[in-house]
Design a protein. Structure first.
Lengths: 259, 249
């Protein structure tokens, strides 16, 4: 091959499987939408999945938000000193937690916890023929495995994100009144100064989309697992990497479209 | 109506697994399919319930061509078929009783009490009475295999497909499973296809034999006919004489 053509060949070698993967994920998403009609199959699985995806993820999301809120308040104070009134700490903590860090950090943390868990579980079911067994027992596997997980992600990611945003703001407030020369009134004055109800809508739209993307990508890599333990490990890693990247891309997409 | 496999072709990439395999299991009979490891027996079996789509040829089960069925029709067909997986494929997040009940919840009209009774009955049949609350991870290999059979027979299917049901089991458990297969056929009129390497077991349960070799049907006939076969591949396999198979190749 001519040296000049090599970069194009390399691009093609990487790009074609990537595009094929996107196509197969799109197919699984379409199958998932179609499988929602099998309510009798997925309904009783929804609550347990909501507990696994949402309730079990609350501690890690709150832990991350706690320290993020503390750091945000301190860094805002450090940046604003002498130039901007200190009550703007409340503006920055509130806006940043709601618009950006609350949804994105929660999404990234849950892509590791939830996405990896889903990919490993479904991947193990694939390589041990449990998914084939489901089919022979007349269960549509997408309705049984993907629909309850995707719905749990869509429902619970916004809930966990809202709790994380709340925790981040509370942490920022306590930091402001304990470590900075600020009163609660100053902090909450800043917090409400530029607050728009749309901020909440924006955060929830992002969290909902992250919930779907993390769970559906976890399911996708689980479904396409090949081989044995190595294949499951590989699927799990790919699920976490792909869903983290998808969160960042979606985050930029919503900023372009909605702001 | 039985199961008819016609000129089945299947390849995975460059590897041709089935190259025109044809066979028939008549209503109520038990057909044993023999073949070496990696010869494509499990691949063939998966085509019978639509887990794999043939590259060419067709499979007819209960008068329906499997590859042409829509999803809902395929689920309806699967309600009539029980499948015993080689490594049991039990759902490891559930107890044994929940595993056996899975098919009943989807394939039968039984209420919860009826399901519990049927689960107990099936576990008793495979000598796993009292194990309902155990997780699959707590069972031995033989127990897992028997649990897989209990799950497959729970819905009282018309057709039962066994993927190496006795491989790796002790002689007593093997004999017990053979009796179970015979009972399914004789008392319930179930049409069965059994894939096995275990010749003792094969001769105990078979009404007829087929042999899969190089992707095609090498032999199709009764137990007496296979015993009398002069084909070196068939003889080499049933007598465990690799030198005969080498002569052929």
């Amino acid at each position: 091959m001519q040296p000049l053509l090599k970069p194009f060949a390399m691009l093609g070698q990487g790009g074609v499987p990537f595009a094929a993967g996107i196509g197969r994920w799109g197919q699984l998403t379409a199958d998932t939408v179609r499988a929602v009609r099998h309510v009798d199959v997925w309904l009783r699985l929804l609550l347990p999945q909501m507990a696994r995806v949402g309730v079990d993820s609350v501690p890690i999301a709150l832990f991350i938000a706690l320290f993020t809120g503390i750091v945000l308040a301190l860094q805002a104070s450090y940046t604003f000193t002498g130039a901007i009134p200190l009550y703007f700490v409340g503006v920055l903590v509130g806006k940043t937690m709601m618009l950006e860090l609350g949804p994105v950090l929660t999404g990234l943390a849950l892509s590791g916890r939830v996405g990896a868990n889903i990919a490993a579980e479904i991947g193990t079911m694939r390589v041990t023929e449990q998914i084939d067994a489901l089919e022979t027992l007349a269960y549509p596997p997408v309705a049984y495995l993907v629909v309850p997980r995707a719905l749990a992600g869509i429902i619970m990611f916004p809930v966990v994100t809202a709790l994380a945003i709340g925790m981040g703001i509370v942490a920022g407030w306590i930091t402001a009144i304990q470590l900075l020369d600020m009163s609660s009134a100053d902090f909450f004055n800043g917090l409400t100064l530029f607050f728009l109800p749309f901020d909440v809508t924006y955060a929830m739209i992002k969290a909902t989309s992250f919930g779907f993307i993390v769970t559906s990508i976890g399911c996708f890599f689980g479904f396409h697992t090949k081989g044995g333990a190595e294949g499951v490990g590989d699927a799990t890693t790919r699920a976490v990497v792909a869903s983290s990247m998808a969160i960042l891309v979606l985050n930029a997409f919503w900023a372009i479209v909605l702001l | 109506m039985g199961i008819i496999v016609r000129d089945l072709h299947k390849a995975f990439g460059p590897k041709v697994v089935l190259d025109g395999f044809s066979v028939e299991a008549r209503d109520g009979e038990t057909l044993v399919v023999l073949g070496g490891s990696g010869s494509g027996k499990s691949v063939m079996l998966k085509h019978l319930v639509g887990l794999l789509i043939p590259d060419a040829g067709e499979v007819e089960v209960d008068g329906q061509v499997v590859s042409t069925l829509k999803q809902e029709e395929l689920f309806e067909l699967r309600r009539k078929v029980g499948y015993v997986f080689q490594f049991a494929a039990l759902f490891d997040s559930m107890t044994l009783a929940e595993n056996v009940a899975m098919g009943l919840r989807r394939k039968s009209d039984l209420d919860e009490e009826g399901i519990a009774d049927r689960v107990d009955e099936c576990l008793r049949l495979v000598d796993l009475e009292g194990y309902g609350d155990r997780a699959p991870a707590e069972l031995s290999g033989g127990q897992r295999k028997r649990a897989g059979i209990a799950r497959a027979i729970a819905t009282r299917p018309q057709y039962l497909l066994y993927d190496e049901p006795t491989t790796g089991l002790d002689p007593v458990t093997r004999a017990m499973i053979d009796q179970l297969i015979l009972r399914m056929s004789e008392e319930l009129g179930v049409t069965g296809i059994v894939i096995t390497h275990d010749m003792d077991s094969a001769f105990r349960v078979a009404d007829r034999f087929a042999m899969l070799h190089n992707g095609r049907c090498r032999f199709h006939g009764s137990p007496d006919e296979i015993r009398a076969s002069e084909d070196p591949v068939v003889r080499g396999f049933i007598e465990g004489r690799p030198e005969l198979l080498e002569m052929e190749s």
